[in-house]
Each structure stands twice: as structure tokens, then as C-alpha cells.
Design a protein around this ligand. Sequence first.
Ligand SMILES: NC(=O)c1ccc[n+]([C@@H]2O[C@H](COP(=O)([O-])OP(=O)(O)OC[C@H]3O[C@@H](n4cnc5c(N)ncnc54)[C@H](O)[C@@H]3O)[C@@H](O)[C@H]2O)c1
Length: 271
Amino acid sequence: MSHKILEGKKGIIFGALDDQSIAWKTAEAIKNAGGKFVLTNAPVAMRMGAINDLATATDSKVIPADATNIADLEELVDQSVSHLGGKLDFVLHSIGMSVNVRKGKHYTDLNHDWMTKGWDVSAVSFHKLLQTLYQKDAMNPWGSIVALSYVAAQRTFPNYNDMADNKAYLESIARSFGYFFGKDKKVRVNTISQSPTLTTAGKGVKGLDGFLNYAEKTSPLGNATAEDCADYTVMMFSDYCKKVTLQNLYHDGGFSNVGVSQEIIDALQKD
Ligand SMILES: NC(=O)c1ccc[n+]([C@@H]2O[C@H](COP(=O)([O-])OP(=O)(O)OC[C@H]3O[C@@H](n4cnc5c(N)ncnc54)[C@H](O)[C@@H]3O)[C@@H](O)[C@H]2O)c1
């Protein structure tokens, strides 16, 4: 897909860690659609170095920022507006991390300090980002801000652990802050609820293979890939959906509205 629907638009992309990251594929798709951007990630993620390859390939600048740190976010927004030569049209928040998931802690035995850390990184960082953009008046009217979510915010998936709570909080922030961003600045704020996807964050979920297969067999269109998600985000950043805001948009091949599929029934049928 190479329609230049983001020609002249500029923004910030959070969360490209390696070439499997949803944010990485989104950066490539935005570049193909004519958009310009700054790439950012936590300083610790910079050490892996891969983001610099993406920066070279997409002709973009990298500015490190810990998304939980207001001073970092302020510096990032100021530098991005100055580097890109004006206010922003789009921002992608593609950030998620649970210490409890990483360390294999069961939901019934969580470490609550780790829970608070994961909540700050995965959900509160979105409020911090929105507040920084809002207070600095850094977005152009009809700009679009997207964060990535997962259906565990609404339905129970045993191994998604405290990330389910973080995603519920993230989606609520999108609605609550989106109201003020819409009223005061004509800026859209939405979350995209993406299919399970094989990425560094995705691989942290216990039993991911079974999870992916189950979603694949349940979804009438099959799982949405990271590339599909990137295309959807490009559309959300374009002028083709200027009145879409405060929404949690399912991008999951239909998974979220299926009770059970025939494939799953067949797999469980005894005779
Ligand atoms: N992979 C899936 O199955 C799936 C499904 C639905 C939604 N999502 C969501 O998509 C988003 C992107 O995840 P992904 O699957 O591409 O994995 P990923 O591991 O490639 O991306 C997660 C990113 O978060 C960044 N990050 C962590 N702490 C940070 C901090 N303090 N400041 C700034 N950045 C920080 C990491 O460096 C990494 O780049 C996440 O919100 C994730 O929850 C993923």
C-alpha cells in the first residue's frame, strides 16, 4: 500500500525495539505513506542499537525518552517540534511492560511494587504523554493520537496477568483525556485493540503459541499481523477518519465478537 495519505504530516513514534515491533512496522508504513517522524524509546532500549537502523531506513531522528518521566517527555516534544519544523499531526504510543509477567509471577501472587511499575509504564505513561502534548499545545488541529491495546481489557485471558488491568486503564485514559483534547484542540485520541502478535512484548505471555492459534481459529478473518496493524494506524493518522475519537477500535480479524468458531468446536468434539 503506498497511497501518500500522510504527505505533509509529522509526528512521534514510541516503541520500535526491533524489526518485529508493531511500532517498527508502523514507522515503515508511515514513511511509505509520506509521513515524517521522530523515533523514540526508553534509553535502556537504545543500547540494543536496532532503532538506529530503522532511523537510517526511514530518514528519521532518534530522541531517547523514558515515557514515565515527564522531564524526558517535555524534552522529547520540544525537540521533535523543533526538528520537524512545526506542531505534530500524529503520535503513536506503542509501549507495554509488566515486571510480573517478565518474572513469571502468577496473578494470584503478584508483587504490587512491580504491578505499580508496569502500570506506570503501560498505562500512566499515556496520560503523561497526553498531558505533555496538551500543555505544550504541540498538536495541530485534527491531529490523531493512538495507543495500542488488547482485548484482555474486556475479557479474561488467564496468562495476560496484570497487563489486562493496565490495558483497561489505558483505554479509560484515552476516553477521559480524549474528551478534553477533542473539545479544546480538535485532536483525536483512540486505542487500537490488536490481535496477539509475535513480538518481544508478545512473547512474554505464557503459552503464546496456543494463544495465537486459538485466536487464529476463532477470528473469521484470522489474526491481524503487525503489518496489518501498521496500515490501520496509518489510516487513523490520516484525514479519512477525522471524526473518530474516544474509541477502542478492535483490529483483530473479528475475534472480539465471536462466541466460538466451528474450528474450535471440531477440535473439542469427542466423536
Ligand atoms: N504483541 C502482542 O500480542 C500485542 C497485542 C495487542 C497489543 N499489543 C501492544 O502493542 C504495543 C507494542 O508492543 P509490541 O508487541 O510491538 O512489543 P515490543 O516489545 O516490540 O514493544 C514494546 C515497547 O515498549 C517500550 N518500552 C518499555 N518501557 C518503556 C519506557 N519506560 N519508556 C518508553 N518505552 C518503553 C520497549 O522498549 C518496546 O520498544 C504494546 O502496548 C503492547 O501491549 C501487543
